[in-house]
Design a protein around this ligand. Structure first.
Ligand code: ZN
Length: 249
């Protein structure tokens, strides 16, 4: 079974469609969404409906990201910077009760056999701490007995492996390469963002997981970034969010 792992869609319609099409062409049969379906982007309703339709059809699972949770929180409890906060307040007004309820009901983690899927990290799945370096990855790997953990949240793809001695190495995963998450190590894969990449490459990022073989492939998909940025501006969202899409950082 080939699973498309998609995270940080961030209400980017064009990027989501491009990644789903790419995954379909690659033969993906299921989808796993690792949170932040909304926030920042101009099409929250479309993003929620698309993910919800896939979940309800039985071919997808989704976990909750901090932006998804923030939609259901009172403003006083939003722990976000001004731009993210402005986008959440805007997003809230664009979603109907059913869409908000879908986001609120998402679980923080999904465990499937030896694999753990969560938005931020394994030690505090609902918290905001990022996995940026090997020590963060180690902390997360020590918080679970899963052989492989998949996260999003940082919007930068990365891969960490922990040996039996407890040492964690960081790998620079080559795009398109088939990376075997071999037994004998425990793995943490940080997936890049579908809808708001921050590694200097504006193309949408996601990954494919060959479940049976334990093989992960990081992918990048070109999409109409100009259109997504224009829609952010037309929505009246902060200009910096449009610029960020164009830069990919
Ligand atoms: Zn995010």
């Amino acid at each position: 079974m080939l699973i498309a792992l998609l995270t940080d869609v961030h209400a980017n319609r064009e990027a989501l469609i491009a990644c789903l099409s790419d995954a379909e062409r690659a033969g993906a049969q299921r989808h796993l969404f690792l949170g932040d379906i909304v926030g920042y982007g101009a099409d929250p309703g479309f993003a929620v409906d698309t993910v919800r339709d896939l979940v309800e059809s039985g071919t997808a699972l989704a976990v909750q990201g901090n932006h998804d949770a923030a939609v259901g929180l009172p403003d006083a409890l939003l722990r976000m910077n001004g731009t993210a906060r402005a986008a959440i307040v805007w997003t809230r007004g664009r979603l109907d009760a059913g869409q908000r309820a879908f986001l609120a009901a998402l679980p923080l983690t999904h465990r499937d056999g030896t694999r753990l899927y969560t938005h931020a990290n394994a030690w505090s799945p609902g918290g905001g701490a990022y996995i940026e370096d090997p020590s963060d990855a180690r902390r997360s790997l020590l918080a679970t007995d899963a052989q492989a953990t998949f996260v999003g949240h940082l919007h930068v793809p990365g891969l960490f492996g922990m040996g039996e001695d407890g040492e964690v190495d960081e790998f620079d995963p080559p795009l398109g390469a088939r990376l075997r998450l071999a037994d004998g190590r425990r793995w943490l894969a940080r997936l890049g963002a579908v809808g708001q990449p921050r590694d200097g490459d504006p193309r949408a990022a996601y990954a494919l997981l060959d479940e049976a073989a334990g093989v992960l492939t990081f992918r990048r998909v070109p999409y109409d970034v100009e259109r997504a940025a224009r829609r952010v501006r037309e929505a009246g969202l902060p200009e910096s969010l449009a610029a960020r899409l164009l830069r990919g950082s």
